[in-house]
Design a binder for this molecule. Structure first.
Ligand code: ZN
Length: 396
């Protein structure tokens, strides 16, 4: 991480089934949030006094959330205090589906987001060690090493965020997402609302405004933190139009795509992504192992990994829909990613950016529209509004 010292990630184990549906993390949803500094619990504070302070703060914040959010808790909220070591062991190492993480790693490497020698499993385990608090059902989890209840402003804002999640579980439900893009959009709604509640608490109690900017994160971190970085600005945009009632209406017609989160004005104007038909099957010997829609934000991170951030944002805009497929044949793989653009101009803009990206990765052109990069063959075609990227590679 570029700013390791001030980033604390909060992980939510979402037992609320309507809120879970992560392709990459099917058993639990990783929920993160940034706060302004790490906190240390003063040595010598007894467990009993610590837990008492947590409960006292919880009571105060619960009342604050009920009055500001305009919703009452239907059930009691329980607090569970965890240690960092426990979280890493159970929710970091123990919570990963290694097969799926390996597939995800393979896709990220094929599209040059992470380098060849990167270990995604290690990254995910390390990240779990930054959890501060989480919520599931009617329970809030706090990690003792990072959560100091005598710091009423920062710890209170964290609780306000988690309590907002509990209210979401009591009052709203969301559809099961059909793709990574839709999953990220739904997470952005949920985290955006909780983030806004947390920020309002912070500001009302004299804390700093703590908005995160995408540019300080590496593309992989940005992909992971998308619901936190872009969820709150999205929900704030809607909230400023017409308050919480309009935010609540979002749950009845939730966003389906990261493009809607990135451009809330388009979403409110009725813009919707298009479902893209995959290209024809590559041949009988290839077996499909994955099909997904990645979305504008993913396209942006692919570009950002090797291009200037502004150029990446601009070139990813105009996304209309996509379909990504992964095929297997023996130890060979074929990734195909068809991206549909608003018009031919947008498709050309993406084409130019992607070819520049290939050049920046040191890819060698072997013939018209084909390159070799890091042991992979990359083909790029564009036809009208549709771009098609094909990556072929083998594993040892
Ligand atoms: Zn959250």
């Amino acid at each position: 991480m570029k700013t390791r010292t001030w980033i604390i990630l909060i992980l939510l184990i979402a037992a609320i089934s309507s809120f879970t549906l992560s392709y990459f993390l099917p058993h639990h949803q990783v929920i993160t949030r940034t706060v302004t500094e790490t906190v240390e619990v003063a040595p010598g504070v007894s467990d009993e006094r610590y837990e008492e302070a947590v409960r006292e703060l919880l009571q105060h914040v619960k009342e604050w959330v009920e009055s500001r959010r305009g919703l009452r808790f239907k059930e009691d909220v329980e607090m569970v205090v965890l240690t960092r070591e426990w979280v890493v062991e159970h929710w970091g190492v123990g919570g990963l589906n290694i097969t799926q993480v390996k597939l995800e790693e393979s896709i990220l490497k094929s599209l040059f987001i992470i380098p060849e020698d990167f270990n995604l499993t290690d990254f995910k385990v390390r990240a779990s060690g930054y959890m501060v608090a989480g919520a599931a059902d009617h329970r809030i989890y706090v990690v003792k090493e990072f959560f100091n209840p005598s710091d009423k402003v920062a710890a209170g804002a964290t609780l306000a965020h988690e309590l907002a999640h509990i209210l979401q579980g009591e009052y709203f439900s969301l559809p099961r997402p059909g793709s990574t893009d839709e999953k990220n959009a739904l997470s952005a709604l949920v985290e955006g609302e909780a983030g806004l509640v947390g920020s309002q608490y912070l500001i009302e109690h004299g804390g700093p405004r703590g908005l995160s900017s995408e540019s300080i994160f590496e593309p992989l971190e940005a992909l992971w933190l998308f619901p936190y970085i872009h969820g709150e600005p999205f929900v704030r945009y809607v909230y400023e139009q017409s308050g919480w009632s309009m935010v609540e209406a979002l749950y009845r017609d939730p966003p389906k795509s990261t493009a809607q989160i990135l451009h809330p004005e388009k979403y409110l104007g009725g813009w919707k992504p298009i479902r893209v038909d995959p290209p024809p099957h590559p041949g009988e010997c290839w077996k499909i192992i994955l099909q997904d829609t990645m979305g504008e934000f993913f396209v942006r991170q692919v570009l950002r990994a090797h291009l200037d951030g502004l150029l990446a944002n601009k070139s990813a805009e105009g996304w209309r829909g996509d379909v990504l497929q992964l095929y297997e044949r023996g130890n060979g793989y074929m990734l195909r990613w068809k991206i549909l653009w608003e018009n031919e101009g947008e498709a050309m803009e993406f084409t130019e950016a992607f070819i520049k990206l290939l050049e920046n990765t040191g890819a060698r052109k072997i013939y018209e529209k084909a390159w070799i990069a890091g042991g992979r063959i990359v083909e790029f075609q564009v036809e009208g509004q549709a771009a098609l990227i094909t990556v072929i590679y083998t594993t040892q």
